[in-house]
Design a protein around this ligand. Structure first.
Ligand SMILES: [Zn+2]
Length: 148
């Protein structure tokens, strides 16, 4: 982690990093309400290169719970291209989710007006990180399992 990031913005959104390649969470794992697709500028700290990055990514989002679901299957390749190596889904994620930013902040970052020193002021930190396990909706009885 960089020196203590003194976020100045009020926390918003909960975050869940979905590690399962076979679970899309089209329904919210907390309230079972259908999730929607929404694009967020996600700010993560990349441990291997020790710097923050902003990745604009469409995620599953539960409006009722204010929960953003980041799917590793889709997200890790984007991180991999930034750190210069592929990420195995089985390894611990080499990034720390910090928060999002609003449209104005994202515009400034995407046209290169800000430095990492400015990030603490425009990052909207996550309220909390949640974890869920997928609940099987049916069980196979023939003894075979899915590949991954
Ligand atoms: Zn929900």
């Amino acid at each position: 982690m960089p020196k203590k990031l003194g976020f100045t913005q009020k926390p918003r959104h909960h975050v869940f990093i979905n590690p399962w390649s076979d679970a899309a969470f089209t329904r919210c794992p907390k309230c079972d309400y259908p999730t929607r697709l929404r694009k967020f500028p996600l700010v993560v700290h990349l441990a291997p290169v020790n710097r923050p990055a902003v990745i604009n990514k469409t995620c599953r989002y539960c409006i009722a719970c204010d929960l953003i679901i980041i799917r590793r299957l889709d997200f890790d390749p984007l991180v991999g291209s930034l750190i210069g190596r592929a990420i195995d889904l089985l390894e611990e994620e080499p990034y720390l989710p910090l928060g999002t930013m609003d449209r104005e902040g994202w515009k400034q970052v995407s046209i290169g007006l800000l430095t990492t020193g400015d990030l603490p002021d425009i990052i909207i930190p996550f309220k909390n990180r949640w974890n869920f396990e997928p609940v099987p909706r049916w069980v196979k009885v023939d003894g075979t399992k899915n590949g991954n």
